[in-house]
Ligand binder design. Structure first.
Ligand code: UT7
Length: 324
């Protein structure tokens, strides 16, 4: 028995922040950002627009695509590192807003890998008899971005993507998921303040420790290595070759990282979904937003063989292969 994706949805806030806008905020240039990252613009949540607001919109669209009502849901998983509150889980706010009165709800924290990790949880639950699980990746990265730090503020954006997972009635479905972590590399990407190790204080605010810090160059190298490793392991576990894939949907962090991975794997660019020029890095939301675009643009059809690949803070890295 397999679990499959029955519908996808996504939502991006209305406000567009371009590279030209960033030129007016920090010492950067449109040319540097485009050449070093591939990003042209990103979406930014409105003041007062929180993670659950984005998640609800994406979730509604995924339910519509799946032809289901919110009351059909047994579980809601929200992958995020920018929830509305430290407590309670954002998924509970989403459950209430959707009117998913029969659903359990909790969040999953695995940074940019959160969606693939949550998809693997949904896969396991459905194989164990749960009927419908809504998996959402939703992020308001702008809330943890230091808008005075040019090393990071040009990279991130806000958005949400969602899928409904249910039992498959045929060959289609999630063929396998692969999850990895290495906490020895936790300092590569981190929000150092505001948690139980360094609770919120005036010092935290003065030192801007509530914002994301990243060792970009080291992360870049690890990202290329881990994405290649997990892609090869995923293909080999399923007896597949790179040529068998119809589409690779990677976490959208940096086009140069993805080009290096494509080169190492021998994957042509036509088989890779790239949309980071318009969204930047939306962390856990990036893969489900990309999946939804690919489905709506007809790049993923019934029968397509799709591989996901993610890496991010933790360090975590993860993949999945899906017969659509
Ligand atoms: O999903 C989370 C995972 N995170 C990532 O995937 C990020 C991975 N890393 C990256 O994408 C890249 O490392 C960056 C885009 C962050 C940086 O690109 P890079 O080619 O690794 O540049 P660098 O860090 O080696 O810095 C090169 C130069 C530095 O100047 P100096 O020291 O050579 O004078 C930086 O200060 O570029 C400078 N720089 C900038 N210049 C203009 C850094 N940020 C900017 C900026 N505008 N926004």
């Amino acid at each position: 028995m397999k679990a499959c994706i029955a519908g996808t949805g996504s939502y991006a806030p209305a406000r567009v922040l371009t590279n030209a806008d960033l030129e007016r905020m920090v010492a950067t240039s449109d040319e540097w950002i485009r050449e070093r990252t591939g990003i042209r613009e990103r979406r930014i949540a409105a003041i007062g627009e929180a993670c659950s607001d984005l998640a609800v919109q994406a979730g509604k669209r995924a339910l519509t695509a799946a032809g289901l009502a919110a009351t059909d849901l047994d579980m809601i998983l929200v992958a995020t590192c920018t929830g509305d509150y430290p407590l309670p889980a954002t998924a509970c706010l989403v459950q209430h807003q959707l009117g998913a009165t029969k659903a359990a709800a909790c969040d999953l924290s695995a940074a940019c890998c959160g969606f693939v990790y949550a998809l693997s949880v949904a896969d396991a639950y459905v194989k164990n008899g749960m009927r419908h699980v809504l998996v959402i990746g939703s992020e308001v990265m702008s809330a943890i971005t230091d808008w005075t730090d040019r090393n990071t503020c040009v990279l991130f954006g806000d958005g949400a993507g969602a899928v409904v997972v249910r039992a498959s009635d045929g060959e289609r479905g999630i063929l396998s998921t692969h999850l990895r972590s290495d906490g020895a590399l936790c300092e590569l990407i981190m929000v150092p303040g505001g948690g139980s190790r360094t609770p919120p204080s005036e010092k935290v605010l003065a030192e801007r420790l509530q914002y994301i810090k990243m060792k970009g160059n080291e992360t870049f190298k690890v990202a290329v290595r881990t994405l290649e490793e997990i892609a090869r392991a995923t293909l080999s576990a399923n007896g597949l070759r790179v040529e068998d894939l119809d589409l690779y949907v990677p976490h959208q962090a940096n086009v140069r990282i993805l080009k290096a991975v494509m080169e190492r794997l021998g994957l042509p660019i036509e088989k890779v979904l790239l949309n980071l020029d318009r969204y930047g890095n939306t962390s856990a939301a990036s893969i489900p937003i990309a999946l939804d675009e690919a489905v709506r643009e007809g790049r993923i059809k019934d029968g397509s063989l799709v591989m996901l690949g993610a890496f991010g803070a933790g360090l975590t890295w993860a993949s999945a292969v899906i017969r659509w």
